[in-house]
Design a protein around this ligand. Structure first.
Ligand code: ZN
Length: 328
């Protein structure tokens, strides 16, 4: 039974109420799909599992009004969802999102721009050398992942050029998981971490991101059908999001157009919630505490002195806090 059926069951009209169909249709025939591209008013959705499903083109039903529908959203489709040529389904509902990756255009612009819904993990691709790793940028990607409610995964590339350990040690106090890849070899560790998950891949140019994508999904950027590009045409910022099916199950979302994440929208409290042990300590902070190094009477400092918190972990958390407002 799909999640939609379950919801429909609980939504049945009760005695003495008007039939639901009078004020809002119940869409008993609606099927669920995942939005894989958005191009102005048209949405391409994937219905069924990754190997046997099919594409459906849809538009938003009027009753959704201004409700945003983005890549990764699970939507209810009414009308012709066969995906046959020339057919157009209607998106009549959006399932509540489990995660939401967002960014602001830059750090002075607090308007958040939703990017991808319902992704499980943010794979941060960083080369150990050539180009030199930009840890400030990695910190910002980590903040974006924690803010989104996604699991961050560091993917260190080109580990045949340098020892990955110095770089990994920076992120160890935060408990960030990692995989490594070598030039020209099969990314087996990464493949395993992507299996049956929806992952968003980020990283700046030159780190080997597109090489990875091609190794994971041969011919990815040439394949027909589900490989699409979405451009925010006519907008102030244009971004590219490419949704790819992984051969063994799961989705890989590449972000070739995204150079960095503006983080002006990130609230420190939302960030600290990603670290439950630290969040518990900050319950004793003075009202409005910013939790940074200079914050007076921050409970994190007392916890370090009393041995209840690990200094390296608190320092790393504070580095992330600071990265929200530091240019890279
Ligand atoms: Zn504090």
């Amino acid at each position: 039974m799909s999640r939609y059926d379950e919801e429909a069951k609980y939504d049945r009209p009760r005695r003495h109420t008007r039939p639901r169909t009078k004020d809002r249709p119940a869409y008993d025939d609606a099927v669920e799909g995942v939005v894989i591209t958005r191009d102005r008013g048209r949405y391409t959705c994937w219905v069924g599992d990754t190997s046997t499903g099919h594409q459906v083109t849809a538009m938003k039903a009027r009753q959704l009004g201004k409700q945003g529908v983005i890549v990764g959203d699970r939507v209810k489709l009414d009308g012709d969802a066969s995906g046959d040529e020339g057919t157009l389904a209607r998106i009549v509902g959006v399932v509540p999102r489990t995660t939401l990756l967002r960014r602001s255009a830059d750090d002075d612009d607090p308007v958040e721009r939703p990017l991808v819904a319902n992704a499980d993990q943010l794979v941060i691709v960083v080369a150990v050398a050539n180009p030199e790793p930009r840890t400030g940028l990695v910190d910002r990607f980590l903040v974006a992942a924690y803010d989104a409610g996604m699991r961050p995964l560091l993917c260190l590339t080109k580990t045949d050029l340098a020892d990955p350990d110095p770089l990994l040690s920076i992120y160890r106090p935060l408990g960030v998981e990692s995989v490594t890849t070598k030039l020209g070899s099969e990314p087996a560790e990464l493949r395993e971490q992507l299996n049956d998950r929806t992952s968003v891949l980020v990283g700046h140019s030159g780190v080997g991101k597109s090489t990875l994508v091609n190794a994971l999904i041969p011919g990815a950027h040439r394949a027909t059908g589900i490989v699409n590009e979405v451009t925010g045409r006519g907008r102030h910022t244009s971004t590219n999001t490419v949704v790819l099916r992984l051969p063994d199950g799961g989705w890989l979302i590449d972000t070739p157009g995204i150079r960095s994440f503006g983080l002006a929208h990130v609230n420190p409290d939302r960030l600290i919630n990603a670290f439950p042990d630290l969040a518990e300590i900050t319950a004793d902070c003075p009202r409005g505490c910013t939790h940074n190094e200079t914050a007076p009477d921050c409970a994190l400092d007392e916890a370090i002195r009393e041995g209840r918190a690990d200094a390296a972990r608190v320092d790393s958390f504070r580095r992330l806090l600071a990265s929200r407002t530091e240019a890279t």
